[in-house]
Design a protein around this ligand. Structure first.
Ligand code: PLP
Length: 446
């Protein structure tokens, strides 16, 4: 007779999680995930789900990529924790070797690895203030940079999440990002018009509120993420670079979500040819192992006081080994080619939706793509706290219907946006399958 206790049902595990997982996260979760393989997740009740989320743009090579998992397993038997103030460990150095040729500019040669995107943002703010001796940070309308204190202060898309935690870090000013919503203009407004509006307003902001002598850095996502999946026009980034050069301000490019081939280039900033002073990476860096990086010029990082940066788990050896294997797989498996081929197919599959009156816009780069819907009257386009008294957003209902039909897909917290972030090595067949589920769900809900 078996002595194994009966397994709890999927529904009771979901209920247990809802009761005991801290309420600040996962309130709407309806699944327990048992395992992941490539573009699929298997749930506790046996359902196999197509995953168009990659755990929010993390598992770019799909779940449990065999080479990445094997590299991590091997490293676990060699050295799990190496502390960089005691000794460098090999995977840390190997990772730098792999990343150096991928950098958007050769001047980016100083690497500091930590664990999360928010930590990278905190570190960038410290570096900017530390090396310039200036205080202010300019962030963008609609920006998302994380949930720790400094990161929350420069986040402008999920302000509902930070309201009860004030006072936030002082010295933060918000500049407009060239997104038509921010000016109540129609989606077809030329980007050149939006760009000059934004650059002019930034010049005014610098003159009136934050004299350049007090501004340490401008931080920007080259593709606004949570704020609606909007690529920054190249001319806007180029304009920012010019202003930063003129005023001696550092330009921090946050590639946490857009980095590592996601947009069809190694890094999204490459579309503009702009050189970052500091570049932030995380998510796709280690394909699911917690690792982030702050990359800057030695000339800047050499000015930091020894011991002023760092942390116990900074640059964990297993996560670095996974990141080395991830970088190798990007090359060996021609991932960039797949991204660009699948991106064309994705836009082609979505194109027929343009004639649906409820669809406002289809946009994006590579496999970081959004479909935006018009906000139906009576719902709040911004219900970031998912207040139960506010009717669910249209985009949330579409994502839920996709889930019922066997696919996880995410919305953004701002506006009525459904975002497509499939694995970068997704097959043409799985991409088509996901698009069919999405189109069917839109037809049923809209
Ligand atoms: N920056 C960007 C652009 C992000 O998209 C995110 C997370 O989604 C962060 C920073 C914060 O990263 P983490 O959630 O790892 O702290």
């Amino acid at each position: 007779m078996s002595t194994t206790p009966p397994r709890a049902s999927h529904a009771s595990l979901v209920d247990f999680g809802r009761r005991h997982v801290t309420k600040g996260i996962g309130r709407q979760v309806e699944a327990v995930i048992e395992k992941g393989e490539g573009s699929y997740l298997t749930l506790g009740d046996g359902r196999k789900m197509l995953d168009f989320t990659c755990g929010i743009a993390v598992t770019n090579l799909g779940h449990c990529h065999p080479k990445v998992s094997a590299a991590a397993a091997e490293q676990c038997l060699k050295l799990v924790h190496g502390q960089c103030s005691i000794g460098f460990h090999e995977p840390y150095l190997q990772l730098i070797e792999r990343l150096l040729p991928m950098m958007p500019h050769p001047s980016l040669d100083s690497f500091y690895f930590i664990s999360s995107g928010s930590e990278a943002v905190e570190a960038a703010i410290k570096i900017a203030r530390g090396v310039t001796g200036k205080q202010n940070i300019i962030t963008m309308q609609g920006a998302y940079h994380g949930r720790t204190y400094g990161a929350m202060a420069v986040t402008k898309s999920k302000t509902g999440y930070s309201e009860s935690f004030h006072p936030l870090m002082p010295g933060v000013f918000t500049a407009p990002f060239p997104f038509w919503h921010h000016f109540s203009l129609p989606p077809n407004t030329p980007t050149s018009e939006l760009t000059s509006l934004c650059l002019n307003q930034l010049e005014l902001l610098l003159q009136q509120q934050t004299a350049p002598k007090d501004t340490a850095a401008i931080i920007i996502e080259p593709v606004i993420g949570e704020g609606g999946y909007v690529p920054a026009p190249p001319e806007f980034l180029q304009g920012l670079r010019e202003i930063c050069d003129r005023e001696n301000i550092l330009l921090i490019i946050d590639e946490v979500q857009s980095g590592f081939l996601r947009t069809g280039k190694n890094f999204a900033v490459e579309y503009s040819g702009v050189k970052p002073d500091i570049m932030l990476v995380a998510k796709g860096l280690a394909n699911g192992f917690p690792l982030s990086g702050v990359i800057t010029r030695s000339e800047l990082s050499d000015k930091l006081k020894p011991g002023s940066m760092g942390g116990t788990y900074a640059g964990n050896a297993v996560a670095c080994a996974a990141a080395v294997a991830t970088a190798d797989a990007f090359k060996e498996e021609n991932i960039l080619e797949n991204v660009n081929a699948r991106s064309k197919e994705l836009f082609a599959h979505l194109e027929p939706l343009r004639s649906t009156p409820a669809v406002l816009d289809i946009r994006g780069q590579g496999l970081m793509v959004a479909v935006e819907f018009a906000s139906p009257t009576g719902t709040s386009p911004h219900d970031p706290l998912r207040n139960p008294n506010v009717p669910a957003k249209l985009s949330t209902r579409i994502a839920k219907r996709c889930q019922e039909k066997g696919m996880f897909i995410l919305t953004t917290s701002a506006y009525e946006v459904v975002r497509f972030i499939p694995a970068l090595n997704i097959t043409a067949e799985d991409l088509k399958k996901g698009c069919d589920i999405f189109v069917e769900s839109v037809e049923e809900i809209v």
